[in-house]
Ligand binder design. Structure first.
Ligand code: PLP
Length: 393
């Protein structure tokens, strides 16, 4: 006997993983220059040089046992202080280390936060398009997952729909901005309107509705677009942050949860996050990476390579007749499928070795995601194939 739910999650790979594996197989068959794998959000710019310098410095100066030993479950205080200092300098906050929990990246942090908020009959709303893993994360935490329909074509938030879906069982709303998959950044106006609704509904239902702000792309933003710091707009926000994308460290597994002390029941929520992480087997975030963050919390990525790809892809595709919201952040372009017959479109894309992720998994059928953290050559050489693809529609 075994856990059927766990079996189903393990046996049925995500569409993105399946495409990625297919891409590897095709690469072996026809060569890497003939496969255009836009499936996986694996950063294509190296970690900033300060990261390697921090690793070398930590190795050279710290005793091995201290460097590689367990830390407290919440993480090294120096690392949490460095994060607090960086946030306070940027957003005018007065965050302290006691409000931060160092986790192993956004994915397990989200699971811990959702588990911390799971009450019998509880629901969580995610604003589409959303990161597909939210659904299994929420459901495995014991929450009912519901998707707020997408606000096409601009991909802000359909606030009236969201308001209608809120009910006495709603424990949390999940957002990710800059957004995966649309690249949209939620504007200050959108977030203020969302905050007003959540504040009013929390009073009406007699309990706080938390806003889970999943922010792995916070630093990946172009053209000087503002990414408002959500806790400054809505009091009952819980932030899940990751260095996977901002410092190009996805395999190292490091990030943090921020539970503002002003949030409702903040001490209990913070303890529940620790407890939920503990129950999921969390011991501590990787020690060496905690030392890196203690030294690099204020380091920002050089986004030039992503920006060049973003422009080439957006300009190239829209000139051919594809429709897409111009991405302001992250490293994704979310494009409208230019035909009614989606299935045939994705089959033809695959036959052209263009590996595109269908929008259905993000709660937004009729679109597809292109991940442009690839080489510039890949973008350039893919454009004729995108032309062939749309000409066949
Ligand atoms: N949230 C979003 C929106 C993501 O796109 C990703 C990864 O792609 C994650 C969370 C998980 O990131 P991490 O590597 O930090 O677990």
């Amino acid at each position: 006997m075994f856990n059927e739910k766990a079996y189903s999650l393990g046996a049925n790979r995500s569409v993105i993983r399946e495409l990625f594996e297919y891409g590897r197989k095709r690469t072996a068959e026809v060569g890497p220059e003939n496969v255009f794998d836009f499936s996986l959000g694996n950063p294509s710019i190296p970690a900033p040089p300060q990261v390697e310098a921090a690793i070398r410095e930590a190795l050279a100066t710290m005793p091995s046992l201290a460097l590689h030993g367990y830390t407290t479950a919440a993480g090294d205080v120096a690392a949490r202080q460095a994060i607090a200092d960086d946030l306070n300098a940027r957003f005018g906050t007065d965050i302290t280390p006691g409000e931060l929990f160092l986790g192993c990246g956004a994915a397990p942090e989200l699971v811990a936060v959702l588990s911390a908020l799971a009450v019998p009959g509880g629901e969580v709303l995610a604003v589409a398009p959303y990161f597909p893993e939210y659904k299994p994360f929420a459901e495995s935490a014991g929450l009912t997952f519901r998707a707020v329909p997408p606000d096409v074509p601009g991909f802000q938030i359909r606030l009236s729909e969201l308001e209608k879906m809120l009910n006495v069982h709603t424990q949390a709303v999940m957002i990710d901005s800059p957004n995966n998959p649309s690249g949209t950044v939620y504007s200050r106006e959108t977030l203020q309107a969302l905050s007003e609704i959540l504040t009013r509904k929390s009073v009406e239902f007699g309990h706080p509705i938390y806003l889970i702000s999943d922010e792995p792309y916070r630093e990946l933003v172009y053209d000087g677009v503002e990414v408002p710091f959500v806790p400054c707009i809505y009091r009952d926000t819980i932030v899940c942050y990751s260095y996977s994308k901002s410092l190009s460290l996805p395999g190292e597994r490091i990030g943090y949860v921020y539970v503002p002390r002003a949030a409702a029941d903040s001490a209990q929520i913070y303890a529940a996050v620790l407890g939920a992480a503990r129950a999921a087997g969390h011991v501590c975030a990787p020690s060496l990476m905690q030392q890196v963050i203690a030294r690099c919390a204020s380091v920002r990525p050089d986004l030039e390579a992503y920006d060049v790809n973003r422009r080439a892809l957006y300009d190239g595709l829209t000139a051919m007749g594809y429709e897409a919201a111009k991405p302001e952040g992250a490293f994704y372009l979310f494009v409208k499928v230019p035909t009614e017959n989606e299935e045939e479109f994705f089959d033809r894309a695959r036959a052209l070795d263009l590996l595109l992720v269908p929008g259905a998994g993000f709660g937004c059928p009729g679109y597809f995601r292109i991940c442009y953290c690839v080489s510039y050559d890949t973008i350039l050489h893919s454009l004729p194939r995108f032309r062939t693809l749309i000409e066949g529609c």
